[in-house]
Design a protein around this ligand. Structure first.
Ligand SMILES: [Zn+2]
Length: 68
């Protein structure tokens, strides 16, 4: 099939395991690998150095006594 051949050409390998990506789950080969990548994003693995996560420390910190 021409259509299938074209999909193979445009498909990129799964960034997690290197297998040919699934059209439905691209760029991953499966939902499993997509979830693995998601967890990597949620973990420190993909955290950008220097980018500080929003913290409520500044807002929750009470004003120092005697400071105007
Ligand atoms: Zn994969």
């Amino acid at each position: 099939m021409q259509r299938e051949k074209d999909d193979m050409r445009t498909a990129r390998p799964c960034p997690i395991c290197g297998k040919p990506a699934s059209f439905a789950e691209r760029p991953f080969c499966s939902r499993h690998c997509a979830e693995i990548d998601l967890h990597r994003w949620l973990s420190d693995a993909y955290r950008v150095p220097g980018e500080v996560a929003p913290s409520d420390e500044a807002e929750s910190a009470p004003p120092k006594p005697g400071q105007k």
